[in-house]
Design a protein around this ligand. Structure first.
Ligand SMILES: [Zn+2]
Length: 150
């Protein structure tokens, strides 16, 4: 196995370890939130809302960090996730192969239309003023029906 491949595996293992630790911290926070909530459920004089909220914020932050680590692991594997449909794409793709969403990152191959110069506008051949020919049609006179009473 080439050296750089080995380094990749090492990086992935480190990221994975960090993710596992964060997952553990999240589950500990969930436990504490449960305990705090129960504490105020059984005793009307207890208000743990502030602490509960701050633990919820901690969990959100940890989840974001895990998300970032997931991205780093994918990068090591030469992959990235579509921001729209979450499908794993090759790192070099400019658009998601599944849903077509555009990747706004530096890894994507520059889109060809971005590099090409803008085409010169075609010269107007005709003045854009259509002649209005609104010949008013005379009201067709309905033929007088001759009611032949019999
Ligand atoms: Zn997609």
């Amino acid at each position: 196995m080439p050296i750089f491949q080995d380094q990749k595996q090492k990086n992935i293992a480190n990221f994975q370890k960090a993710i596992d630790e964060k997952r553990y911290t999240i589950s500990k926070n969930y436990d504490e939130i449960g305990r705090l909530y129960y504490g105020q459920f059984v005793d009307i004089n207890v208000d743990n809302t502030k602490t509960i909220n701050s633990k919820c914020d901690t969990i959100t932050k940890l989840k974001d960090e895990i998300e970032e680590l997931d991205v780093k692991i994918l990068r090591e594997k030469g992959l990235k996730k579509c921001p729209v449909c979450r499908t794993e794409n090759n790192l070099s793709y400019a658009f998601c192969f599944k849903c077509g969403a555009r990747f706004d990152d530096n890894d994507s191959v520059a889109a060809p239309e971005a590099a090409a110069p803008a085409p010169a506008p075609a010269p107007a051949a005709k003045p854009a003023e259509p002649e209005e020919e609104k010949a008013e049609e005379p009201e067709a006179e309905a033929p007088a029906e001759e009611k032949a009473e019999e």
